[in-house]
Every structure is written in C-alpha cells, then in structure tokens.
Design a protein around this ligand. Sequence first.
Ligand code: BGC
Length: 432
Amino acid sequence: MKKVLAMAMAALMALSLVACSSGETASSSSQAQGESASTSAAAPAEVANKDKPLVWFNRQPSNSSTGELDMSALSFNDNTYYVGFDANQGAELQGTMIVDYIKAHADEIDKNGDGVIGYVLAIGDIGHNDSIARTRGVRQALGTAVEVDGAINSDPVGTNADGSATAVKDGTLEVNGKTYIVRELASQEMKNSAGATWDAATAGNAISTWASSFGDQIDIVASNNDGMGMSMFNAWSKANEVPTFGYDANADAVAAIAEGYGGTISQHADVQAYLTLRVLRNALDGVDIDTGIGTADEAGNVLSDEVYYYNADQRSYYALNVAVTAENYQDFTDSTKVYGPVSAQLDATAHPTKNVWLNIYNAADNFLSATYQPLLQNYDDLLNLKVEYIGGDGQTEANITNRLSNPDQFDAFAINMVKTDNAASYTALLSQ
Ligand code: BGC
C-alpha cells in the first residue's frame, strides 16, 4: 500500500514539474537567461502550435471600420505581441513637416498666386489605422479637418475643386503676415482593380488625372506613404517642382529630397524589424520579454525609450517616428542599416537556431519589400533565427495562409495580414 502511494506521489511530482517547466517557457517570466535558454532548447518539438510565440507586425489586428483593437488576436497566447510604430505621433509630425515647409517657402508656395494653397492627398488603405492617422494628421495641421463624433473624418473626398466637399473644409494659414486659404483639392484611396491597397501605380495615374484638372492650383502633394509619393513625384511633381511629402523614409525617397521631394517620416523600421524578431527570440529562450529591449542583453543590445515604448494593455510595441527633411536627410540615406545599439550578434550556444515563419502581406509593397524585409534579413542572422519569408499578393489572405500548411515545422510565427480584421484566418491554423 505504502509503495503504491509513494509511486503515485512520484508520478504526481513528475507531472507538476512538466507543467511548471512548460509554463515557464510559455510565459517568458523573468528568469536568468542561461538557465532558461537550455530549458527551451529541448522543448520546441513538444510545444503545441497554439502555444508558440506569435508576433503581428505592421498591420495591427483591429476592426477596419472602427479601428478597435482585436484583443483576442493580440493576446492569442502568453507570447503574442504586436510590433508597429506610434501612428498618431508620426501623423502629427508629417502634418507639422508640411506646414513648416509652407512657412519656410512662403514666397514661392502659391504657384498661381490665387491666395489658395491647394493640395492633393494619396490615401493608402481606408481601413488601416496607420493610413487613417496620416490622413487625419495632414488635415489637422493644414486646418482642413472636419470632426465627426469626436474624431477627424478620414474619408477620401474624390475631387473638391470649389471647396464644397463635406469630409473636409477649407482651412486658413497665416504665412508671413498673409492669410491663405488651404484646400484639399482631391484625395482618393490608391487601390488597384485587383484590390491591392497603398498601390503606387494607381497613385502615379491619379496625379496625372489631378494635374490635368487642377494644373497649377496644386501647390503641395501629400501621400500616406513614400511608395505612392515617389510614384507621383516621378510622374509629375518633380518636373513641375511641386513639393511632395511621403512617409517611411525609403531609400529612394530620402535620396529624392536632394531633387525636390519635400520630406518623409522615418517610422524607425530599423527598430521595428529588430523588435519583431527580438520578442520571438526572447519568448523562445524563455527569458524576460524585455531582454535586449529595455534591458541590455549579455551582448549589450538595448533600446532607449527615445526610440520605442511598450503598451502592456495593447500588448504592443511602438517605435517612435522622426521627420526627414532637407536639413537631416543625409543621416537617413541607408534605410536598411541595422540600428547600432541593437546590432550585436547573439551567442549561438546560449541562443541556438530556431525556425520562424514570417510573411509580408504584399511582396510588391515598397516599404515592406525595400526597407522592412532587408532589415529583418539583417537581424535574423544576429539573433540566430532561420526565417522563412513568404511574400503575399496584397489582395487575398488565402494566398498567404495556403502557405502556412506546416506550422509544426516552425518554432514561432511573424504575421503581416492583408486586412487588419483577418487575424482569425491565421490563429485558426495555429489552433488546429
Ligand atoms: C507603411 C506603408 C505600407 C503599409 C503596409 C505602412 O506602415 O507606411 O508604406 O504600405 O504599412 O501595411
């Protein structure tokens, strides 16, 4: 009898030990790094897909109509996070950058001298929080914003030659003692016929149409991103010397500042790409999630709070934005260079190679393919992660989810959805 009891006790203890160790791996609580790295090295084969580290990046799980965060996707398991940037801070910077430019170029800004500063706006994706924030930021700074239920209307106006559109209003701006009217002459979502948003080619066509209707009434071209901004710059505004403003600090846009591109915003993709892979690395190592982020790791990698912050309620890391203009663009010419303070190689014994599945929603997206992915590829080596990169078509989630047929073969996942509402298409595959 005694023997049976002792055996039962031993079995119970063994069980609780297993529960405890897998709990530690999944919850990434604060343990000494060395210890836990060896714990997790043996674990992956047994971890269920639903418990593997998951990071959403660039497109935050959220309702595309209301912007409300999808907290069930953001807290899918204990090791789920989002990595992006502070959309409102960046949007405000973009608006201010444009107003500052107008003020500094008071003499030449109103091309046809009609007292109206006319601008056109390329909108990326009307259901994407970053795009909405940027549209609002530009309208807010230029005085053309109209509020609906306490929030700035971010709808496209189509064309607004006479200032009668209801989604915006005419603003006023005082420059050197003279008061100008500011008018959003036109804006539209740059979506192609197949459904891809933020579409640069569509923006290039739109500017040609707008230029033929508005001609020299267009004093400023604003864009939710550089992909569309550069397409408009190359198609029309460069030759017509109309300052064009984008967002992302892609290398071609930064270089174009020397040729009259008005400016752009760096969303610190070098910090975001690091964070995207670093949270996975930490979760796989079973160490405190802040390791190598707010707290220096053993190689010295650490980020300061000048470049990012973490919002625990939203389980989201946000990089901070910086304006890139004629004054400082020389510092931003290489958009794929890793960020110095987090560029030290991790030791391969303490941080053994792990397999990560990662997708880019649209292989043709300028920012993600020309800036973000090359950065990820630089960091994956430093963090000893073997990443399988999947490029989507920007139109259908299935194009990507079809290629997540073997989640068992990966230790962690990094996901960039086509549409921000669609997180469940991915988590369903991990829950099977
Ligand atoms: C970038 C855009 C990009 C979009 C894709 C945004 O943060 O600024 O350039 O097209 O992400 O989701």
